[in-house]
Write a protein that binds this ligand. Sequence first.
Ligand code: SAM
Ligand code: SF4
Length: 358
Amino acid sequence: MSTVIPLSSIGVAEQPVETYIPAPQEFYRQGGPALDSFKRRINYLRISLTDRCNFRCLYCMPEHGAHFAPRSELLTDDELVRVVRAAASVGFEKIRLTGGEPTLRRNIVEIVRGIGATPGIREISMTTNALRLAEMAGPLREAGLTRVNISIDSLNPEKFRQMTRGGDFARVWAGIEAAERVGFNPLKLNAVVVRGLNDDEVADIARLTVDRPWQLRFIEMMPLAGVGDLAEQSVVPTREIIARLEQVYGPLEYIGWFGSDPARTYRLPGAQGTLGFISSITEPFCSTCNRMRLTADGKLHLCLLRDNELDLRAALRNGASDEDLSALIRQAVWLKPWGHGLPEGVKPTLRGMSELGG
Ligand code: SAM
Ligand code: SF4
């Protein structure tokens, strides 16, 4: 019989979870899929494989002085796969690998294979800047990666370089083509819209979907640590992006808003692909949230836009059994806050997006 690890010893909730309703210990040992205290089923884990990146996007990382965790603080490959196994045992089914830039993680192909072999996991996807995808798309696909989302904020190489602080558009485009060629279909592309930078380009970016079956998603910029000021001044609301598109293309066809997908989906008239809008700031989707995040240094981060975390690495390195890990993940799910508190002025301060994985 394993011991129950007290929450106080693993640094749960670095800021109070105002919605927290304690459940009895027996609850965390129950079977069945993990539900939070608002009865949302949480089955999607986004794993940041590294906090490092080969870009420095304006809305994500500071140009200089970003904090990187020492290697000894990152979860090892074996620890990662153990966490995934424990998550699967409480009903997690979807894993997304992100970062930082996930393709910079050593052994990424083997990590994908290990996660893919975990009973209960039915989808492993990745969010990437695609700089290394031309070489890696094939091996990743062969290892069992099911989908990729590629971030691309501009089709103008100079603007792209400016927004990523040095990114090479041609290599990224080659990565996109490789992803399509090896069968990551339908391809998903993400563009964060920043006022004064790429807001004048949304119609050109959207045009990519006219004769390609791609799913392009426009994302409202969020105020994570390090970029809060930029985000406050430069967020472009979804309704404004749609208005710009409709000026050029006429009325968009509304397709729907499906389950826990944060994007509302539309289509340009006659287009093969679709357009999604992720409006975290102007139209939050917290009520259908199904996700939690694991930081590269082993913390379960309960809500993207809050600082609450539960330290799984401490448990792993203090001898937690598989049963303990499953119970801790179930506990973290229970502690998940209702939603973000931006409208009330509650801002995340601990981590930047590159540590959390978006
Ligand atoms: N490096 C990979 C990439 O860029 O795709 C994965 C990590 S990145 C943090 C994941 C996603 O978060 C990307 O689509 C990126 O555009 C988005 N992102 C980063 N900072 C953001 C911010 N402040 N607001 C909204 N989205 C952001
Ligand atoms: Fe790197 Fe992705 Fe952040 Fe850009 S958005 S700096 S590519 S982690």
